[in-house]
Every structure is written in C-alpha cells, then in structure tokens.
Design a protein around this ligand. Structure first.
Ligand code: DQA
Length: 153
C-alpha cells in the first residue's frame, strides 16, 4: 500500500482561479487537486484532497488523518493567521506536516505575516503557487523513503 497523504485546503480556496487571479493564479482548485493526485501517484503516494470553509471540518479531517496518513499538506488560508484550534489539532498529529501558501504571505499585508500553523509544521513553503504543493509532495516522498531505510533516524 502506498503511504497516504492528505492535502487540506481551507477557506476561500474553493474559489481558486476566480478569486484574485493576480495573487492566486488562474488554476482552479480542481486543477490543483488533480495535479496533486497525479504527482502523488508518480511519487508512490496515495493523495486525498479535501477543502472546507469551516474550521471544525478541517479539524475533524486532521483528527481522522492521525490513524490513516503519513503526512498532511495544509493551506489553511486565513485560518493560518487566526486559528489556535487548527494548530492544536496539528500538534496531535504524529506525521509530517507541510504548511503551504500559494502567495508569499511575507510580501503582503501585515496580518498575513504570522501563521500560527508554522510552529507545528515540519516545513513551510509559500510564494511558489501550485508548484509549492508539488515540491511538498516530493519532499514527503523522499522523507518517507529515507525513514523506511533508516527507521531509527
Ligand atoms: C493563502 C494566504 C492567506 O493569507 C490567505 O488568507 C489565503 C490564501 C495563500 O495560499 O497564499 O486564503 O493561504
């Protein structure tokens, strides 16, 4: 069985392609998710994608992923800057966590410069658009392969 990876997108990301395309690009969420599934399968990962505009639903998916997945890629949208509950759920997640942002949050409004999720994440990628998701999947695949070879670290 290939290792399972959950790709979680938070609020307003369902509007990708139509929402502020100058900032977030023209690719839709469906395009992004299909590319993640395809890239995952090339890398030997079973990728599942979920999007919600609701904090509690994102938290429920993080809890469910504890038992079933090796990694979570998360773009929590504006919840990254406001939520304490999502980082708490991530602190209870034992696998690899990669925080993602399509835009470079540090080059934007001051309220976007801090993410509560970053301190819970294994790694953070921002500003590379959808390429960030692909790089994150590659990094996850390489880390999982390395830990399978050297289980004691
Ligand atoms: C975002 C950046 C956030 O500040 C914003 O609220 C989003 C998208 C990004 O992908 O660049 O919704 O997470």
């Amino acid at each position: 069985m290939p290792p399972a990876v959950l790709v979680l997108n938070g609020p307003n990301l369902n509007l990708l392609g139509r929402r502020e395309p100058a900032v977030y690009g023209h690719e839709t969420l469906a395009d992004l998710e299909a590319a993640c599934v395809a890239a995952g399968s090339d890398l030997g990962l079973a990728v599942t994608c979920r999007q919600s505009n609701h904090e509690g639903e994102l938290i429920d998916w993080i809890h469910a992923a504890r038992e079933t997945t090796a990694a979570i890629l998360i773009n929590a949208g504006a919840y990254s800057h406001t939520s304490q509950a999502i980082p708490d759920a991530l602190r209870a997640y034992p696998g690899i966590i990669v925080e993602l942002h399509l835009s470079n949050i540090y080059a934007r409004e001051a309220f976007r410069h801090h993410s509560h999720i970053s301190a819970t994440a294994t790694a953070v990628i921002c500003g590379l658009g959808s390429q960030g998701y692909h790089l994150a999947l590659r990094a996850v695949a390489e880390r999982l392969a390395a830990s399978a070879q050297h289980p004691d670290g």
